[in-house]
Structures are given as structure tokens and as C-alpha cells.
Write a protein that binds this ligand. Structure first.
Ligand SMILES: *[C@@H]1O[C@H](CO)[C@@H](O)[C@H](O)[C@H]1NC(C)=O
Ligand SMILES: *[C@@H]1O[C@H](CO)[C@@H](O)[C@H](O)[C@H]1NC(C)=O
Ligand SMILES: *[C@@H]1O[C@H](CO)[C@@H](O)[C@H](O)[C@H]1NC(C)=O
Length: 248
């Protein structure tokens, strides 16, 4: 019995691993960053304010896909935070799961640090002891680097930049500060490029546009003329792929 159960349990484990990988792929971790400022200890006012903040964001974000909140009255004890789900993600379902996971994950990754940010594929969570609302976050930028060259990269880069700029124009004027779309490129054998732009909704329209324009300009640092690009900042993100990655 033991001789036959071993290989089959290995197969079962592999199957389970594959199942969990695909079913929970919606909450893919991208990156995180712990601020270098200050630490806190447990059972202090900041600790309890951060816990209240996380409870609040976990409850509020699934309503519209975005929430911001702050708790505490006194300097050094206040906790400010926001969470944002990708614009196409179902708020009450995948968004909720993503924010729950991202918040508890970040508390582990940056334990007892007074400011941090985490990106998942489907959501973003950020907190600080400083009021950062309404300001473009220049301190956090993350690039996704898994890219292939395309033919005629300069022309391709020009096309995708133009395309993302149009999406940025649309996003900054929309209530969700989100826009996604597709572009068919006849010159590249009718290749379709899928693009997405989004801002955290604490920004003004003007700052949203500025954040997105800067992010698009940063594509040249990672992915100009490549078949995939992703610039994820603390206040906005832009991305394109040559396969559909968002829901209509
Ligand atoms: C805060 O904690 C981190 C890790 O727990 C440590 O590396 C860092 O030196 C601490 N910073 C301060 C200012 O105490
Ligand atoms: C892509 O292009 C860059 C610059 O033109 C080149 O250095 C690199 O080797 C190319 N990569 C592949 C996989 O073709
Ligand atoms: C691209 O699409 C157009 C219109 O759908 C079609 O006429 C053309 O033949 C296609 N080109 C290639 C290279 O597939």
C-alpha cells in the first residue's frame, strides 16, 4: 500500500499546487516596500490605529474599489491609509479578497514599521503615519520586467505611448480614475495591444494626469519597444500587454 500511495500522493500534491496557483492567481503579489522612517511597538496608539485603519479599509474598499481613511488624533500616533483595486476587478468579490490578503501580508513583510506599500495584481494597499492624501507618491515605483522585443521597437513604442496617453486622458476625467482599452496594430500583423491606466482616487484630476504621464514617460526606463510594460507607482499605474488581461 505504501509503495503505491507515494507516487499518487505526489501527483495529488502537484495537482493541488497547480489548482491553488491558478485559482488564487488573482491575488498575485507584485512588490512591496517598507519605509525606512520609524518603527512602532505592539499595544501602542499607532498599533491600534493601524488595526482600525485596516479593518475600515477592508470593509470600505469592496463598496467602490477604493477607500481612504485615517485614525488617531495626535502626531506620531495617526495612521493614514488607502486601498485600491484594479478598475475591472469585481469590488465585492476579488477586490475584497485581494485587500484582505494584501493588508495581512504587508503587516508581515513590514512588521512594526510605520509606513509601507504593497502591490498585488488586483489591488494596492498603502499606509503611513504621515498624511499623504492628495499628493503624488514619487517615492515608490516598480517595474515589471518580463519582456520580449518586438519588431520596429521605436515605432511600436511611439504607438503604445500614444495609446496609453489617450487612456490617461480618459482615466483622469472619469469617476473611477480608470481606463482600459485595446488597439489593433495593422503594421504589426494586426497585433492587438491591451492597455490600462489608473490612479488612486485621493488625487485631483490634474495630479492623476500628471502621475500617469510621468509613469508613461518611465516606460522608457524598462520597456520601450517591448511587448509588455508595467509601471506601478504609489499613486497610479500604467500597463500594456499583447494579450487581454482585464475584464471588459
Ligand atoms: C525598524 O525595524 C527594522 C526591522 O524590524 C530594522 O531593520 C530597523 O533598523 C528598525 N528601524 C529603527 C529606526 O529602529
Ligand atoms: C532586445 O533588444 C535589445 C536592444 O536592442 C537587445 O540588447 C536584446 O538582446 C534583445 N533581446 C532579445 C531577446 O532579442
Ligand atoms: C488585418 O486586418 C484587416 C482588417 O480586419 C485585414 O484586411 C488585413 O488583411 C489584416 N492583415 C493581416 C496581416 O492579417
Amino acid at each position: 500500500m505504501s509503495s503505491s500511495s507515494k507516487p499518487s500522493s505526489t501527483v495529488l500534491l502537484l495537482t493541488l499546487a497547480l489548482f491553488f496557483q491558478t485559482s488564487f492567481g488573482v491575488n498575485d503579489f507584485l512588490s512591496s516596500s517598507c519605509s525606512k522612517t520609524q518603527n512602532f511597538t505592539s499595544n501602542t496608539p499607532f498599533d491600534s490605529n493601524l488595526k482600525r485603519l485596516i479593518t475600515s479599509l477592508t470593509n470600505q474598499t469592496p463598496l467602490t474599489g477604493f477607500a481612504q481613511a485615517s485614525f488617531g488624533q495626535y502626531p506620531n500616533q495617526q495612521a493614514y491609509g488607502l486601498s485600491l483595486c484594479r478598475g475591472d476587478v469585481s469590488p465585492s468579490d476579488d477586490c475584497k479578497t485581494c485587500v484582505s490578503e494584501a493588508t495581512s501580508d504587508l503587516l508581515k513583510r513590514c512588521s512594526y514599521i510605520k509606513g509601507a506599500i504593497i502591490w498585488y495584481d488586483y489591488c494596492l494597499f498603502k499606509y503611513s503615519d504621515q498624511d499623504f492624501f492628495g499628493r503624488i507618491d514619487d517615492s515608490h515605483t516598480f517595474y515589471k520586467l518580463e519582456v520580449q522585443n518586438v519588431s520596429d521597437p521605436q515605432a511600436f513604442n511611439h504607438k503604445t505611448n500614444e495609446f496609453l496617453s489617450r487612456l490617461a486622458e480618459e482615466a483622469h476625467g472619469s469617476p473611477k480614475m480608470y481606463a482600459a482599452g485595446e488597439l489593433k496594430l495593422e503594421e504589426w500583423r494586426n497585433m492587438t495591444v491591451y492597455g490600462l491606466t489608473q490612479c488612486t482616487r485621493d488625487l485631483s484630476k490634474e495630479d492623476c494626469k500628471k502621475c500617469l504621464d510621468d509613469a508613461i514617460a518611465k516606460i522608457s526606463d524598462c520597456c520601450a519597444g517591448k511587448d509588455s510594460a508595467r509601471v506601478v507607482r504609489g499613486s497610479c499605474n500604467v500597463r500594456y500587454e499583447t494579450y487581454p488581461f482585464f475584464k471588459e
